[in-house]
Design a protein around this ligand. Sequence first.
Ligand code: GLN
Length: 540
Amino acid sequence: MSAAKYIFVTGGVTSSLGKGIISASLGMLLQARGFKVTIQKFDPYINIDPGTLNPYEHGECYVTNDGAETDLDLGHYERFLNVPTSQANNITTGRIYNNVITKERQGEYLGKTVQVIPHITDEIKRNIYLLGESGEYDFIITEIGGSVGDIESLPFIEAVRQVKWDLGANNAMVIHLTLIPYLKAAKELKTKPTQHSVKELLSYGVQPDILVCRTEMHLPQDIRKKLALFCNVHLNSVIEAIDADTIYDVPILMRKEKLDERVLAKLKLQSKAEPDLEHWKDFLGKLKNPTEEVTIGLVGKYVTLPDAYKSIVEAFVHAGSQNDCRVNLKWISSEEINPETVSTLFKGLDGILVAPGFGERGMEGKIEAIRYIRENKIPFFGICLGMQCAVIEFARHVVGLEDASSTELNPKTKHPVIDLMEAQKKITAKGGTMRLGAYTCKLKKGSKAAQAYGEATIQERHRHRYEFNNAYLDRIEEAGLKAVGINPESNLVEVVELKDHPWFIGVQYHPELRSTVMNPHPLFVGFVEASVKYKKSLTA
Ligand code: GLN
């Protein structure tokens, strides 16, 4: 194929309809037909990136290999497509304006009044075309954040209109995701909100080519006809997106509705008759027919909003399927954990993950949790702050450094076993300044981690400011907590493992960000396996 084709996904009626999942599902179906696909998201807020947002506001911050802090939808793109994303895949209004204002100061628009149209829209288009011009992809799917009608997404919709005009109907198209509410009292599906949101889109000069309709009930033919008639789309371009048991069903449902075929027809493309979905169906089959079941505790500070740990939750789905095991997650607020509550809170758990996090709130609870886990030999997985807490707990209760802490928790501690990284000490600005993105780690032969990965050199993604303080390495290792993964350039401790424990691994990096349907993460797979074994050992 000579040039990339562009597919835009807009949303109408309400937010949270799952544009990310629909985009990822379509991308996966096109990929399964042999095309190369990437997915990009535009977010209409003014922050340069979501790195400075509270997870309660925006869910997890997803980190790419190149160290971009991005929207959690990029996690779905990677989990579905198994292709890494980068900074170019997530652009905010803030970044667009920042670029334009920087260019203005450099004199790039000398003599001109810099305006939303054409300067902001040109910058948006430049970011759309950038991915296509790389020559790496047949399809660029661009998800427009927010809903049609929001003031702040207007420049993006205008850019979509211009791209359609610039490239023509064979090269660019719009899929509008909308809601068809069901009124129980009237026993009726309602099309009016969709009619209005399409009308709104039309008022900006954009005619959607396909409607994807989120619904709780199957769409009868008369409703489909009504939607087609009022929204100027072909009847076969009204696609039903019925509520699914799992997000991983959505590609299969979209295939049944022939979304991929409609896209190919609109863009005048030929492809083999059927996408190859064998692996995906295999994964689903195992997911839905587990022979084992475990309950894993997830100790964190943001437990009231599971989206804050999205990638961890999904990594357990992948690892569960791989182990033919249903993984139930029990959310436990770290602030509730203390020596009195811990045994009750952890009753019936087959493994416990201590989650990443920032700030001192809840940290003592995480440390207490790990003491209980270590002493009772329950399978343990500590991620980032979870690993740091494991080091603190071990230093306090096994090495005997009573006051041991992280300088994040107690800046005055006598024993800063976790300390701010040297490179972080001069940094004051908060945005994009952590240690971010993929770094190499060498694993020690014979370690459980090396065994799980099946290789000695790995690349994993990071997002932190604090690190294992190597001044304490010898004392901690001698007492039995081994540093089995090290960054070869900086000597930073990346993985710790406890001797004489069935499965106790802490990692400074974020393995959850690399788990996909195609490649479940080996540490999650190993942890679930260890939890199954632990459960069996209790009943044996
Ligand atoms: N707050 C810790 C640090 O900055 C851990 C970060 C994390 O868990 N992502 O090092």
